[in-house]
Design a protein around this ligand. Structure first.
Ligand code: ASP
Ligand code: MG
Length: 401
């Protein structure tokens, strides 16, 4: 079998952990498998590089940023190869470009447009373990790009697809995907399986187990994968296409994202085209907007509220300020940090009353709801950051997860 194993930052944090990875890879290979390893930067390295860059200037050039950030993974591939050599296992490291991870030109959040795998297959057939740098690709210009924070997950799934892997494992510092963050919710449970759509919602809602874009890619290309612990041999969580029985569970999990900013725009001209202008400006600035609430206009003025990832708040504010002339003479923009708490489950499609149950539970606990948004399989509520953990516990208990 061809097995792709992806090890995250905490699993390669220091030399002992890297030796642990090498031992696991050796065991997998000794069992008769061909192994491709995808690694992240060592825990904290990418953040440290970001901090260094921002200490020099607040908004560094994104091409230079990728040149910088890509080195974290390159350190890990070489060290992992050496750790395998120390065990007598033939292994070779490869950069993203070397395995043909071709992306667009969007530095810091590049999209994969094509991946051919380079010489991975040949190296495997020669008996080697191939260790690939996650998180990075190469733009048409030849420049190194990165795939967005947490992008090593995407690298692993894309490589699993490219080499036609039989198994793709995402090895991390938890046993799998939980019904809620076990550090916050004491009785959170590990799930044996979850559908792509639920995982996608949980990932994009900030339950940080995996990068959302990697789940999107897995769904699109039908790559089944398992999230499991790199420090033990417990079975993990299988992420796959949904099967009918999954609908029996109404709420699969609860997630919280504390990194949201609420942008409130007051004094907008109440006329056709205003919202179009704002959201066009935001999309041109590459800002992902999430919850949107527009109030009923009065006396020719309207208010609009939306949420964006906190990192994009500066860009969002600037984009709106830039077109203030066409938006209204009394325009006022305010921002405020919020947390988004969400309940997710494909069973919501066929069960009613989930919103009522959730809001009642929040009311009893005295959690104030600032904004609400829903989709077919989720309900999200923006709350005070201070109330986020409590809101998560309340929601978890309300659906007896
Ligand atoms: N090192 C990158 C990050 O910290 C990519 C990854 O870990 O997946 O975001
Ligand atoms: Mg990661």
């Amino acid at each position: 079998m061809i097995i792709v194993q992806k090890y995250g930052g905490t699993s390669v944090a220091d030399l002992d952990r890297i030796r642990n990875v090498a031992n696991r890879v050796k065991a997998t290979r000794d069992a008769g498998n061909q192994v491709v390893v995808v690694v992240s930067a060592r825990a904290g390295v990418t953040n440290r590089l970001v901090d260094d860059a921002k200490a020099l200037l607040p908004h560094p050039d994104s091409r230079e940023m990728d040149m910088l950030l890509s080195i974290g993974e390159q350190e890990t591939i070489a060290l992992t190869a050496m750790a395998l050599h120390a065990l007598g296992v033939p292994a070779v490291s490869r950069t993203g470009a070397q395995v043909g991870i071709r992306t667009d030109q969007e530095f810091t959040k590049a999209r994969i447009v094509q991946i051919d795998g380079g010489d991975i297959k040949q190296q495997l057939d020669d008996g080697k373990v191939v260790i690939v740098a996650g998180f990075q690709g190469v733009a048409p210009s030849g420049d190194v790009t990165t795939l967005g924070r947490g992008g090593s997950d995407l690298s692993a799934i894309a490589i699993a697809k490219a080499v036609g892997a039989d198994v793709c494992q995402i090895l991390t510092d938890v046993d799998g995907v939980y019904t809620a963050d076990p550090r916050v919710v004491k009785d959170a449970r590990k799930l044996d399986e979850i559908s792509y759509d639920e995982m996608l919602e949980l990932a994009s809602l900030g339950s940080k187990v995996m990068q959302a874009r990697s789940v999107e890619f897995a769904k699109k290309h039908g790559v089944v994968f398992e999230v499991r612990n790199s420090m033990n041999n417990n079975p993990g969580t299988i992420v796959k296409e949904e099967v009918a029985s999954m609908e029996d569970v109404v709420v699969r999990g609860v997630a919280v994202d504390k990194n949201q900013t609420k942008v409130v725009i007051l004094g907008l001209n109440d006329q056709p085209g205003t919202a179009a202008r704002i959201f066009t400006a935001l999309s041109q600035a590459n800002v992902n907007v999430d919850m949107i609430v527009q109030n009923v206009g009065r006396d020719g003025v309207a208010n609009l509220t939306f949420t964006v990832p906190a990192d994009d708040a500066f860009k969002a504010e600037k984009a709106v300020e830039n077109i203030r002339d066409v938006l209204g003479p009394k325009l006022k923009v305010m921002t405020d940090r919020v947390a988004k708490v969400s309940v997710v489950g494909i069973g919501m499609r066929s069960h009613s009353g989930v919103a009522a149950e959730l809001f009642t539970a929040f009311a009893k606990a005295g959690v104030n709801i600032q904004l609400i948004s829903t989709s077919e399989i989720k309900i999200s509520v923006a709350v005070d950051v201070d109330k986020a953990d409590e809101a998560m516990r309340v929601a978890h208990a309300a659906f007896s997860l």
